[in-house]
Design a protein around this ligand. Structure first.
Ligand code: PLP
Length: 411
């Protein structure tokens, strides 16, 4: 058995991901594209099957048994999310399609209402396009100005520069907890504290953090936090926006339609209470219900165990990769999640991705939706291997052997 796997039962974990047990291009699948989307735990898939085979009905409005069943399951996930991120109340949990929609919700509803000309929005050079473009759109609508928090060459946010940018003009700080391209873990707790000292509201993009790091929104004291189920062993099409009650209450609806209203007439409409005010239309009911089992999967192993195991995988891979001729790591922050971005001399990232796929190894290549970061690094893109709790040292060995043979041929 794997030396770094002592604290976790890898065999039992992998058994919960039947998708891993297949050949791709005649080779056993090695899935290292977890930062884009992790594989789905079996209990999650079972829940989806149960929902579509036995329980499917729309939520909240029906009085029949199936409608009650699906409503109960849907609301149970809301309470599970509350517990998972330690929110004060379940009403502070809004279901969305994903992190992107969660951020857009805040950028439309909160930003359009509360930002005015000359106000400043701080985002970092490390952000995913989902945490850049919604603020650019909000800035266009309101006249607010975006300021970019600089980073150093290893991919860490320059904290002194951040503090210099903070002023009474700063109305919003929106940063990621973990960088999807480089894996940098940002010191968000301190950043939130500094932002609050100047009275700014803070949104944390936790899309890459939630599968790896225990999130406690009350301890962090963030005002908003966004995450996506599909990066947490859960289904696609489900995300969460956490918002503090007082903020959500003073925000206008994001979209209009069913569910988000109390009364509708042609003379005017009154809106539902939070969180329903932000959940217009029929949501991904079965997927939300199934998301509960993804959080159970993570909690059954424990974030501490996951973090330690994935860190060991990261260290193991770093040591091996460094020995490969022409290997250059991109992003070597001190505090990193299990993401390795890299380049190999004389082999284009795209070609490398294809050559690895031929060997059954799935990695991501390109700019990873972080073009401003790539511009800063003066590169077009990278190859990114990102590990999940079901990955193994043996897979890293095969990956490194594959890279060696590619380098020998093309490097
Ligand atoms: N933010 C970060 C840091 C991400 O890595 C991603 C997805 O890769 C997103 C936001 C967008 O997430 P989604 O596509 O689930 O909305």
């Amino acid at each position: 058995m794997n030396t770094v796997a002592t604290a976790i039962d890898l065999r039992a974990i992998r058994a919960q991901f039947p998708v891993l047990d297949q050949e791709v291009n005649g080779k056993p699948l090695i899935y290292f594209d977890n930062a884009a989307s992790s594989q789905t735990a079996k209990a999650v898939v079972d829940s989806l099957v149960q929902f579509y085979e036995r329980d499917h009905a729309n939520i909240h409005r029906g009085i029949h048994t199936l409608a009650e069943r699906s409503t109960k399951g849907f609301e149970a996930t809301r309470e599970r999310v509350q517990q998972f991120i330690n929110a004060g109340e379940a009403d502070e949990i809004v279901f969305t399609k994903g992190t992107t929609e969660s951020i857009n919700l805040v950028a439309h509803s909160w930003a359009t209402t509360f930002l005015k000309e000359g106000d400043e929005i701080l985002i970092s050079q490390l952000e995913h396009h989902s945490n850049i473009v919604p603020w650019q759109l909000a800035a266009e609508r309101t006249g607010a100005v975006i300021k970019v928090i600089p980073i150093n060459n290893v991919g860490e946010i320059l904290q002194e520069e951040y503090k210099k940018l903070l002023s009474d003009k700063t109305k919003l700080v929106a940063v990621n907890y973990v960088s999807n391209s480089l894996g940098t873990i940002n010191p968000v707790n301190e950043m939130i504290r500094s932002a609050h000292e100047v009275g700014a509201t803070v949104l944390i993009d936790a899309a890459q953090a939630s599968p790896h790091i225990k999130i406690d929104v009350q301890e962090m004291d963030c005002d908003f936090l966004a995450l996506s189920s599909h990066k947490m062993y859960g289904p696609t099409g489900v995300g969460v926006l956490y918002g503090k009650r007082d903020l959500l209450e003073e925000m206008p609806p994001y979209q209009g339609g069913g569910e988000m209203i109390k009364d509708v007439s042609f003379n005017g409409t009154t809106y539902n209470d939070i969180p329903y005010k932000f959940e217009a239309g029929t949501p991904n009911i079965g997927e939300v219900i199934a998301f509960k089992y993804a959080m159970d999967f993570i909690d059954n192993i424990g974030h501490d165990v996951i973090k330690e195991y994935e860190h060991k995988l990261l260290m193991y891979a770093n040591d091996k990769l460094r020995k490969i001729k022409g290997f250059t790591p991109i992003g070597t922050a001190k505090n990193k999640a299990s993401v390795i971005s890299f380049l190999i001399e004389n082999v284009h990232p795209y070609d490398l991705g294809q050559l690895l796929d031929v060997r059954g190894i799935a990695v991501r290549t390109g700019h990873h939706c972080t073009q401003p970061l790539m511009d800063f690094l003066q590169i077009d893109g990278t190859v990114r291997a990102s590990f999940a709790v079901y990955n193994t040292e043996e897979e890293i060995d095969v990956f490194c052997d594959a890279l060696e043979s590619i380098v020998k041929k093309f490097g």
